[in-house]
Design a protein. Structure first.
Length: 106
């Protein structure tokens, strides 16, 4: 992952108040914590159309929310989430991130 991709990922995580993990590290953590039958389903292809739509929408939503925040009508969170839609799709498109459903037995 390049330095610019790392910055993009940090911005997205901060805006969405999430923490992106390396999938293999997360699987290992679950196993170390005693979870068994860890199963990972890649749903990235199903999420991409929605992410692309939000990416396109961000070209309107970000400037609009930025203006509304100056007028006191939108929060910094609104602005950050609109901006993160742009960054998330760039990361998905470049196969830096993905979306997964992880299940495990206790």
């Amino acid at each position: 992952m390049s330095a610019s991709q790392r910055r993009r990922l940090r911005k997205t995580d901060a805006a969405l108040k999430q923490q992106t993990s390396v999938l293999e590290e997360f699987e290992t953590l679950l196993s170390d914590l005693g979870f068994r039958n860890v199963d990972v389903e890649d749903i990235t292809d199903g999420v991409k159309p929605s992410a692309k739509y939000r990416y396109r929408l961000s070209f309107v939503a970000y400037p609009m929310n930025k203006l509304l925040s100056v007028l006191g009508k939108a929060t910094d969170s609104h602005v950050a989430v609109a901006r993160s839609s742009y960054h998330m799709y760039k990361l998905l498109r470049n196969q830096v991130t993905g979306f997964y459903i992880v299940t495990a037995d206790v």
